[in-house]
Ligand binder design. Structure first.
Ligand code: NAG
Ligand code: NAG
Ligand code: NAG
Ligand code: NAG
Length: 508
């Protein structure tokens, strides 16, 4: 019988090793002589086989990979205590090779592995991560639980792991994030939840992750962001919400994220952004909203994000992007590493895009210039070239009375060290060049002063027409001033701010 022969042999072996390494005496003495060395499992019926890199001797393994075969290992299996045979493991991975092979986190092994730094489980079926499954695994720095069919995380599933910096839960089926799942994780910097089925985030779900820098929630099923769902994430720098089901974003949704630099919202169904959606994001440099359903933008949308220097709005249904929209971030877009992408919308070639001429001249960023040079708008041939607005614009050119230099204080030039901006958008370069349609024109090839403006409804009593705001009107005038060399001064004599009055008089 194995049991009678083994202790004697093992004892001899232990004595030999001990002679070689007196420092490890204490650890060796603790190992019961009958304990299996998990790096050397000879039992052919064992449900688990481990491969230990470099050295399989007792307590010598550092990197260990265990395969779980023969479905259905129990929590009570004698294998788990056998991990006492390799207390120096720093990197441990379980790969499950049979469906249902492992349905729980083998928490029992942790108490033997005081040097464990990386731990991972893959391809298991663990419906629920129980509370305290990883409690007090004090040395672990990286936990990876990719592809484990996890449905539920419990309160305190990840509890008191003081050195944990990266937690990966990608490609599971997690449906909800509840409060206090992530608790006492003071070192956590990266939390990855890509490709789950999250549709609800409870208020305060991340409240205790004060040192988190990156949060990935892309490829989930999130349709709503509650007001307090990002509470506590005061150090977050990058938030990825791409490929969810977001439709409307409310004011102050991100207001707690006052260190956020990059906010990715591409591939949602966003059609509504409240004017103050991005308020509070004072450090935001990059905002991407491509592949959504935006039709209009509130004019003050970027008032609260004055550091923005990289903006992607491609593939929405935008019809208008005015200088009023752009004003709070205009100076940032002139700096070296900025970009603004607007392709794939429904912009008519009109005076609301006149700022493109100006920015093209003032931008130092190659990305900005290239993107503007290639910008295509829809030209309506039926619209008379010399629309009233053009006329109106000419009429006010020359008078500097309304000109206010927009010299806002101190503009930062964004340095190459700005990680999050330089991360290219998903499809920056592989965009299929859509062939130019019949009415497509390159905006910058249309002389700025001939850009038509939408017709004014003639009747003054028609309340549906809103005149351009004072600011807007002024801006177009300045844009034209600074973009064209020839300035007509015929109407110099007329004093402003009676512009609209003048126009109406001239029209009568
Ligand atoms: C974790 O450590 C705390 C404090 O030392 C202790 O009270 C608790 O019982 C431990 N939990 C587990 C699951 O070991
Ligand atoms: C946690 O990390 C710190 C700093 O790297 C280290 O000094 C400490 O020993 C680690 N704790 C454990 C239990 O490994
Ligand atoms: C996602 O969760 C919903 C319930 O919220 C469920 O009906 C649906 O089947 C799940 N989808 C997948 C792919 O697991
Ligand atoms: C998303 O969530 C909705 C509602 O909870 C559910 O009906 C739907 O099946 C989910 N979608 C996917 C792809 O799982």
């Amino acid at each position: 019988m194995r049991a009678t022969k083994a202790p004697a042999t093992l004892l001899l072996l232990l004595l030999a090793i001990e002679a070689l390494d007196a420092n490890r005496r204490k650890q060796k003495d603790k190992i019961p002589p009958t304990t299996t060395n998990i790096c050397d499992i000879s039992d052919r019926d064992s449900k688990v086989h481990c491969y230990c890199e470099f050295n399989q001797e007792i307590n010598e393994a550092v990197k260990t990979e265990c395969w779980v075969f023969n479905g259905g290992i129990e929590k009570s299996d004698s294998l788990w205590p056998s991990f006492i045979s390799q207390t120096n493991i720093e990197n441990l991975a379980f790969n499950v090779r049979a469906d249902g092979g492992l349905s729980f986190v083998p928490s029992k092994v942790f108490k033997y592995l005081r040097k464990l730094k990386q731990f991972s489980i893959k391809y298991s079926s663990i419906p629920t991560i129980e509370s305290y499954a990883f409690a007090n695994v004090t040395s672990v720095q990286e936990l990876t639980l990719t592809k484990n069919q996890i449905l539920h995380l419990s309160r305190h599933s990840f509890y008191n792991i003081p050195n944990l910096t990266v937690l990966t839960l990608d490609e599971n089926k997690i449906v909800e994030l509840v409060t206090e799942t992530f608790y006492e994780l003071p070192s956590l910097q990266k939390l990855y939840l890509t490709s789950n089925n999250i549709s609800a985030i409870q208020d305060g779900a991340f409240r205790h992750l004060v040192n988190l820098i990156e949060l990935e929630l892309d490829r989930n099923n999130i349709s709503e962001l509650k007001k307090e769902c990002f509470d506590g994430l005061a150090n977050l720098k990058r938030l990825d919400l791409r490929r969810n089901k977001l439709g409307v974003l409310n004011s102050f949704t991100f207001t707690e994220l006052w260190n956020l630099q990059a906010l990715l919202l591409d591939y949602n169904e966003i059609y509504g952004l409240a004017q103050r959606t991005f308020d509070g994001l004072s450090q935001l440099r990059k905002l991407s909203l491509s592949h959504n359903k935006l039709v209009t933008l509130a004019s003050g949308l970027f008032e609260g994000v004055r550091g923005l220097a990289a903006l992607d709005l491609r593939h929405n249904s935008l019809k208008r992007f005015t200088f009023d929209n752009l004003r709070p971030i205009y100076d940032n877009l002139k700096t070296a590493n900025s970009y603004i992408y607007l392709e794939g919308n429904e912009f008519p070639c009109d005076c609301h895009l006149a700022w493109m001429h100006k920015l093209r001249h003032e931008a130092r960023s190659v990305k900005v210039r290239t993107s503007l040079e290639n910008f295509i708008c829809k030209f309506d041939a039926k619209q008379p070239l010399n629309s009233h607005f053009t006329y109106y614009e000419r009429s006010v050119i020359g008078s500097n009375n309304l000109y206010e230099a927009d010299d806002r204080t101190q503009i930062k030039d964004y340095s190459e060290a700005d990680d999050f901006i330089h991360e290219e958008p998903d499809d920056a370069y592989d965009e299929p060049k859509s062939s130019k349609g019949e009415n497509d024109r390159t905006l910058l090839q249309i002389p700025v002063e001939t850009l038509p403006c939408p017709q004014v409804t003639k009747s003054v009593t028609d309340r549906t027409y809103t005149y351009p705001s004072q600011n807007e009107a002024k801006d177009y005038r300045n844009l034209i001033l600074s973009s064209s060399t020839k300035v007509e001064t015929f109407f110099d004599l007329f004093l402003l701010p009676f512009m609209l009055l003048i126009f109406r008089t001239a029209q009568m």
